[in-house]
Write a protein that binds this ligand. Structure first.
Ligand SMILES: Nc1ncnc2c1ncn2[C@@H]1O[C@H](COP(=O)(O)OP(=O)(O)O)[C@@H](O)[C@H]1O
Ligand SMILES: [Mg+2]
Length: 342
C-alpha cells in the first residue's frame, strides 16, 4: 500500500544542514496498522510529512497504491491527498466552527454536493460517537472528544490511508485506550491502512500489527510487534519495551543464590506468546527432566489482542540435563533467554 524507497530528507537552514531521514526504506501492507516508534528528534514527523507531501523528499521515492507521489503535479497531488487522512497531536480543529462544520470542511474543499456532504458528516459523527455534539464548538470538548472530531474529519473523503502523528500523546492513558480502540475499529470496519508514529511503546503494544524503530534518522529494526516484544533485535527497541513491560530481572533477584549442593543453577526468562500461554509446558518439562525449578517472577500482559507472558525461573540440576530441558522449551515454541548461568 505504501512503498518507501531510499528516502532521504535534508533540511537546509541558513546556518546548517540537518539530515532528518537517512536512506529510509519501508513497505506497509494494505489493511495493517503499522507503527513507527522513535525518540523525539528521530525523524518521525518528517517521515509522515513526506508521505502526505507536506515536505518534499531530498531523494528517494514514495509509492502510495502504486502511484509515485513524489512526482505528481499540483493538480494530481490534490486528489492523491484526499486518499490520505491525517490526525495530529494537538487536533488542529478550527475553533470558530462547530464540530459538524469542522468535519464538513474537507468535503467543502473537495466540492462535494451539500446534501451528500451533510449525510456523510452525520454518519461520521455517529461512527466516532459524537452525534450529540454536532452543534458544539471545539473549546467545549474534552481532549478525547476533540481527537474524535479530528478522526471524523480525517475520514471525510473516504481515505485509503490514515496517518497519525502522536495522536494520543496529549491524552491521559484511559482516553488514549479509547482512541486506540476507535482506530482499531475503523481499521477493521473500513479496511483502512493506518500508519501511526509515536514515542510510546504502549501505543504500539495496544494496536499495531508491525512496527519499525527509527533512531537518529534511520530505520534500525522492522518486524511483527509480537516478535519484537519477545525478541527485540536492537538496544533501542529493548529500551522502549522495557519501559512498558516488567520483564527485567528484579534487582533483589539478580543476586539470588540457591544452595546448590554440587548442582548447577541457571536463571532463565521464558516468554510465552498467544495460545502457548495457556499450555502447561513448564510442568511437562519438570516431569520429563530431572530438575527442580523456582519461580522467581511472572506476569501476563497483552500485545494487541494476544496474551504475552513472561516467567523468570531458576532451574537447578545437572548442566547437561538443564541444556536439554531448555532445548525442550524452545522446541515447544517458547522464547528462552539465559539471564544467569553459574
Ligand atoms: N523545518 C525544519 N527545518 C530544520 N530542521 C528541521 C525541521 N523540521 C525538523 N527538523 C529537524 O529534523 C530532525 C527530525 O525532526 P522530526 O521529524 O520533527 O522528529 P520527531 O518527529 O521524531 O521528533 C530534528 O533534528 C529536527 O530538529
Ligand atoms: Mg514529531
Amino acid at each position: 500500500m505504501i512503498e518507501i524507497k531510499n528516502l532521504t530528507k535534508v533540511y537546509r537552514t541558513p546556518t546548517q544542514e540537518v539530515l532528518a531521514l537517512d536512506d529510509v526504506s519501508l513497505s506497509i501492507n494494505k489493511g495493517e496498522i503499522f507503527g513507527i516508534i522513535g525518540l523525539s528528534g528521530a525523524g518521525k514527523s518528517t517521515l509522515i510529512r513526506c508521505i502526505n507531501m507536506l515536505e518534499k523528499p531530498t531523494s528517494g521515492s514514495i509509492l502510495v497504491g502504486g502511484q509515485n507521489i513524489t512526482s505528481l503535479s499540483k493538480h494530481e497531488l490534490r486528489f492523491a491527498r484526499q486518499k490520505i487522512g491525517m490526525i495530529f497531536q494537538h487536533f488542529n480543529l478550527l475553533s470558530s466552527r462547530t464540530v459538524f462544520d469542522n468535519v464538513l470542511f474537507p468535503l467543502e474543499i473537495a466540492r462535494k454536493p451539500s446534501q451528500e456532504a451533510r449525510k456523510k458528516v452525520e454518519s461520521l459523527l455517529e461512527l466516532v460517537g459524537l452525534a450529540d455534539k454536532a452543534k458544539v464548538f471545539p473549546d467545549q470538548l474534552s481532549g478525547g472528544q476533540k481527537q474524535r472530531v479530528g478522526i471524523a474529519r480525517a475520514l471525510a473523503n473516504d481515505p485509503q490511508i490514515l496517518l497519525s502523528d502522536e495522536a494520543t500523546s496529549a491524552l491521559d492513558p484511559q482516553t488514549t485506550r479509547s482512541i486506540l480502540k476507535l482506530l482499531k475499529d475503523i481499521n477493521r470496519q473500513l479496511d483502512i491502512t493506518i500508519l501511526l508514529i509515536t514515542h510510546d511503546m504502549n501505543v504500539i503494544k495496544q494496536v499495531c500489527d508491525r512496527v519499525a524503530v527509527i533512531d537518529n534518522s534511520r530505520i534500525v529494526e522492522v518486524g511483527d510487534v509480537l516478535t519484537m516484544f519477545s525478541n527485540p533485535g536492537t538496544s533501542t527497541s529493548r529500551s522502549f519495551i522495557s519501559a512498558v513491560m516488567k520483564n527485567e530481572l528484579p534487582e533483589d533477584l539478580a543476586n539470588f543464590q540457591t544452595d546448590l549442593d554440587h548442582q548447577h543453577s541457571c536463571v532463565v526468562r521464558v516468554s510465552f506468546i498467544g495460545p502457548s500461554a495457556g499450555e502447561p509446558i513448564i510442568s511437562s518439562m519438570l516431569r520429563k527432566f530431572d530438575i527442580t525449578s523456582n519461580i522467581l517472577f511472572g506476569n501476563i500482559d497483552r500485545v494487541k489482542d494476544t496474551p504475552f507472558g513472561n516467567l523468570i525461573l531458576e532451574l537447578i540440576g545437572d548442566a547437561a540435563i538443564l541444556a536439554q530441558a531448555m532445548d525442550y522449551l524452545r522446541s515447544k515454541g517458547l522464547e528462552i533467554e539465559v539471564l544467569k548461568n553459574d
